[in-house]
Design a protein around this ligand. Structure first.
Ligand code: ATP
Ligand code: MG
Length: 243
């Protein structure tokens, strides 16, 4: 489905993504676990094509085609979607209409189903405007419901748990698992080991490089023992060894 090969991004002389390799299978939830500033959002931009980031080396192959030169909308047409760390607000559009559009003219029942999957009571939310009267956590969940409606081939979720409280977290995670059960592949970007637990495989990212990949339990333990305790967070491995 998605293959990232020897990907590199250099910005202002700094290697932000450093020889990164990964592949995501169909229907797989693939976790990227990393501390602040390690390159997670940058990786999301590179795959989605946003922010005008173009790889300085390497390839991004989606369904057998190198997509690195395609525009954001061409990538979206191919079935790639991204939910931002900070979700956008679309003033003047109601939640129900937003989900109908996301589902390509969905009927009301599937719209309600998608809201239910992220723990939002349809009766309370269908007619709400998507404006700043919605809390950050509600916006994140609506964003996720919209991806559920969209059924992308690949959903890139950048910190889907940011701004989500401990009660709502399982609802968000439930929505993400639902997405993979619907057949979408998910690139799940997070700094939270609890979130990474729902992935099938997880990679630890630091200084734009994947340090290890494994099953969630194994990776979480490695992350706790190595990254949480590390005094050289986001220092390239080669340089950290000299310190
Ligand atoms: N244009 C730029 N020039 C130089 N450095 C940049 C530029 N854009 C981003 N960076 C740096 O790239 C690194 C990775 O940023 P990125 O936003 O991908 O991190 P992140 O892992 O998503 O962090 P967070 O967990 O805080 O969201 C950061 O150190 C950031 O300061
Ligand atoms: Mg980020």
């Amino acid at each position: 489905m998605l293959e990232v090969e020897n990907l590199q991004l250099r910005l202002n002389g700094k290697l932000i993504i450093n020889d990164l390799n990964l592949h995501v299978n169909k229907g797989e939830i693939y976790g990227i676990l990393g501390e602040n500033g390690t390159g997670k959002t940058t990786l999301a931009h590179l795959i989605m094509g946003t922010n005008n980031y173009k790889p300085t080396a390497g390839r991004i192959i989606f369904e057998g085609q190198d997509i690195a030169d395609l525009s954001v909308s061409q990538r979206a047409k191919k079935g790639i979607s991204l939910a931002w760390q900070e979700p956008v607000r679309i003033e003047g559009l109601r939640v129900g209409d937003y989900l109908k559009l996301s589902g390509n003219n969905f009927g009301i029942e599937p719209v309600k189903h998608c809201l239910g999957m992220v723990g939002l009571e349809p009766a309370q939310y269908l007619n709400r405007d998507i404006d700043n009267t919605l809390s950050g956590g509600e916006r994140k969940r609506i964003e996720l419901a919209s991806l559920l409606a969209m059924r992308p081939k690949l959903a890139i979720l950048d910190e889907p748990d940011s701004g989500i409280d401990i009660i709502s977290l399982p609802l968000i995670l439930n929505g993400i698992v639902g997405m993979s059960k619907q057949g979408s592949s998910v690139l799940l970007i997070t700094h939270n080991e609890k979130v990474a637990e729902i992935a099938h495989r997880v990679s630890v990212l630091c200084a734009g490089k994947i340090l290890m990949t494994g099953a969630p339990a194994e990776t979480s333990l490695w992350f706790k023992n190595n990254c949480r305790a590390c005094v050289h967070i986001n220092v390239p491995v080669e340089e950290a060894e000299k310190l």
